[in-house]
Write a protein that binds this ligand. Structure first.
Ligand code: ZN
Length: 244
């Protein structure tokens, strides 16, 4: 039995390594195809490393909050990091070090998207991310932030799949599907979620805890067949059929 358990553990380790796209070289534990992390980050740190950390902690700001992606490691970033660490069974010390980086690396693909979501899923319009309300690079960056928030929702809901039915739209794509003229889909930060393992109300309710300032779901006009989430500048939640 022990041998079998050991083999299973080995298999799991290989799967984790595959997910992380890890380089199988000793001493590069905190570098993967996506990003190389600095030794540690904690309160008071600033710069590009903090920005990268904040993107990945975007789903852990707490109920109704949004974590700023500003490259400045303050109390909100520390709280989000502690939340992330605790959710994944790490020591919740608010310091991003080797164990946090190992987990983050395991959670991302080489293109820096979280393992359970892809850029293609977040763009059902074109492959260039152009033609929307913001530059292509901004739209794509917004979609990345959305994916990390969705990864947190997915984890909180037991790790079962979440289906994205629409993401970034150019003006032409938005018009073609009858989207609202000021739709957040034009900014790349919106995602429409379909029912699957989770009901639309479950998705809308859970999204409140993971950095989505915009939530539209069942009972809101045009949203009885999907739950829409985004990160608009001020909070607007409406899913009357869900009591939201
Ligand atoms: Zn939508």
């Amino acid at each position: 039995m022990l041998g079998r358990a050991a083999r299973l553990l080995c298999l799991v380790m290989r799967m984790i390594a595959a997910f992380a796209g890890a380089v199988a070289t000793a001493g590069t534990a905190h570098a993967d195809g996506c990003y190389t992390w600095t030794p540690t980050l904690s309160r008071g740190a600033s710069g590009a490393d903090v920005t990268q950390l904040q993107i990945r902690l975007g789903g852990y700001p707490g109920y109704g909050a949004v974590l700023a992606v500003d490259g400045s490691f303050g109390p909100a970033t520390e709280a989000a990091l502690k939340h992330f660490q605790s959710v994944y069974g790490l020591t919740a010390d608010g310091i991003a070090g080797p164990s946090t980086y190992d987990k983050l690396d395991a959670l991302q693909d080489d293109d820096c998207t979280p393992v359970h979501f892809t850029y293609a899923e977040l763009n059902d319009c074109n492959s260039t991310w152009s033609g929307g309300a913001v530059s292509a690079s901004t739209a794509k960056a917004n979609a990345l932030r959305t994916m990390w928030k969705l990864e947190a929702v997915r984890h909180a809901l037991g790790g079962r799949p979440i289906t994205v039915t629409s993401g970034f739209r150019s003006y032409a794509c938005n018009e073609a599907v009858g989207g609202a003229s000021g739709s957040r889909h034009l900014h790349g930060d919106a995602a429409d979620l379909g029912a699957g393992p989770h009901s639309l109300c479950t998705l809308a309710g859970q999204a409140r805890y993971h950095g989505f300032s915009g939530i539209l779901g069942p009972g809101y006009p045009g949203h009885d067949d999907h739950t829409h989430v985004d990160h608009r500048s001020s909070q607007y939640w409406s899913a009357p059929a869900c009591g939201i």
